[in-house]
Design a protein around this ligand. Sequence first.
Ligand SMILES: C[S@@+](CC[C@H](N)C(=O)[O-])C[C@H]1O[C@@H](n2cnc3c(N)ncnc32)[C@H](O)[C@@H]1O
Length: 219
Amino acid sequence: MFDPDAEEQRRYWAGIRRRRDPTHPAVEAFAASKLAFIRDALPGDARTMLEVGAGNGYFSRSFAEAFDLTALDASANMLAMNPLPPARKVEGVAEALPFADDAFDVVFAGNLLHHLEAPAIAVREMARVARRHVVLLEPNALNPAMLLFGLLKRAERGALKFTPGYLRDLGRGVGLRLRAATVLGAVLPNRTPAAALPLVRHLERPSPLGFYAIAVFDV
Ligand SMILES: C[S@@+](CC[C@H](N)C(=O)[O-])C[C@H]1O[C@@H](n2cnc3c(N)ncnc32)[C@H](O)[C@@H]1O
């Protein structure tokens, strides 16, 4: 299996011109269920959050309502489309985060790690700058649609290994302690038509074949 390398990924994200806006109802529904699980899993006084690989803000828009959020991404192009204020957006790479140790209560990455050649290096960096918690969210390779997506789309090839167990082991592998985990999701932010939401929204609950795996860790 050949994963796209870092340079190929960089060119891919630099070339994205059109993505759904974070205010699209499908994107809002996609983010809301994940935010609800994560907010419930974390203590109420966990306030500052770094989002790594925030892209154009599918999570950032909702998460900024629940956390004091800073968004980092390697792509200036993606960050330019992210709705956070400029002072809250940082260009940088997950493998060498430009922050001090213990700088944020929570460090979160959603749909980033499967794009990296060495995800464990990024998770180790996340653990370094997290004072209390690390949250990982990735497509669930056990879901048939996600599996197919990974097989057909070159930029998604890395997702083929991201089972929920693999995600949990990534955190444990850098010494993090698992606090909560789930598999959920039936909304695809870029693809689910708004007209399908009334039906699909009901499927946004934990299921082994859900589209996304989430693992919440203590540092
Ligand atoms: C699939 S998008 C996810 C964006 C957002 N988290 C979401 O779920 O909509 C992956 C993002 O990771 C960024 N990225 C890729 N490699 C990166 C790296 N090494 N460090 C930081 N960001 C990176 C890309 O620029 C892109 O914005």
